[in-house]
Design a protein around this ligand. Sequence first.
Ligand SMILES: Cc1cc2nc3c(=O)[nH]c(=O)nc-3n(C[C@H](O)[C@H](O)[C@H](O)COP(=O)(O)OP(=O)(O)OC[C@H]3O[C@@H](n4cnc5c(N)ncnc54)[C@H](O)[C@@H]3O)c2cc1C
Length: 298
Amino acid sequence: MLLPKFDYHEPATLEDALRLLSEMGGNARIVAGGTDLLVRMKLKVEKPSHLISLRKIPRINVIIQRENHGVSIGAAVTAGELSTNELIMERFTPIGLAAARLGAPGIRNRATIGGNLVNARPAADLSPACMVLNASLKLKRSKNEREVPVNDFFRGPGETLIEPNEMLVSIFVETPPPWSGGAYIKLGSRKTLEISMVNVAVLLTLQSQNGPIVDAKIALGAVAPTPVRAFAAEEFLIGRQPSAKLFSEAGAIGVGMCEPITDHRGTMEYRCLMIETLTSRALNQAYQDAMTWKPLPV
Ligand SMILES: Cc1cc2nc3c(=O)[nH]c(=O)nc-3n(C[C@H](O)[C@H](O)[C@H](O)COP(=O)(O)OP(=O)(O)OC[C@H]3O[C@@H](n4cnc5c(N)ncnc54)[C@H](O)[C@@H]3O)c2cc1C
């Protein structure tokens, strides 16, 4: 399959990229890793006449630690970079683990967090991970910018709040409080290069090493037209003492948020069953992670 003809632009600054995007209106698309867009262009689902590459824009290719208060991840940071970054793995664990499960090494070296979020597939790996960390997305156009909580960003399969002349510039995540731990589990029928049949991201915060749960966030992927938060299960957990039994009950409550479809990857019934099992397993893992929380070396 051949790519249709297009003009390729490689701006060196964010300002130039935004200017091009606004001048070319609906005829242009941003290309980051191209692992989604180029496939869609080959299939003739999309036919933009201009591609604006993010490759040469240093500002959106970096992970910046904001003192101890959070991290700003450039939209063009790849899954490979996220999965090998010590700070991300240690403090923003669901993002690191989800990035490590995205595709295979060749895909991870190109696929970006921005492309994964804007592409908005219900089974995407990084969306639920960003949701449990309450990430905030910086969207920019030539003259103004806005911040959108990732939990409000997704509208349907392939649909988000982003406007055609806007660019996702960065993803800001606040550092979770002490005694927080995270997990991400993805179920596919193969070990690699597999789109999720279902996926679960979890962030748990304890009052102290052996204390009760003071905050819980659970997000589920591939179970509805967009990734969803399992609010009822989160509320059920808060204020209770962690235990395997509690996590298994929360898993059963989490299924209430799902409206999965039956497709070639799995039946609706199987997906619901797996959500219950994987939610409980992810909560157990996040709990183990929270109990071993330690301050980062200065
Ligand atoms: C073989 C294969 C395996 C895959 N496996 C997985 C998997 O396991 N899990 C998974 O979640 N995905 C998977 N994918 C899908 C894809 O790799 C990911 O969604 C990836 O993160 C997309 O990022 P990208 O940088 O390649 O996006 P691109 O293809 O460059 O862009 C995707 C879309 O986002 C837009 N876009 C990109 N960056 C921005 C930005 N900063 N601002 C505004 N719009 C932007 C583009 O215009 C385009 O519409 C797979 C794809 C392939 C081909």
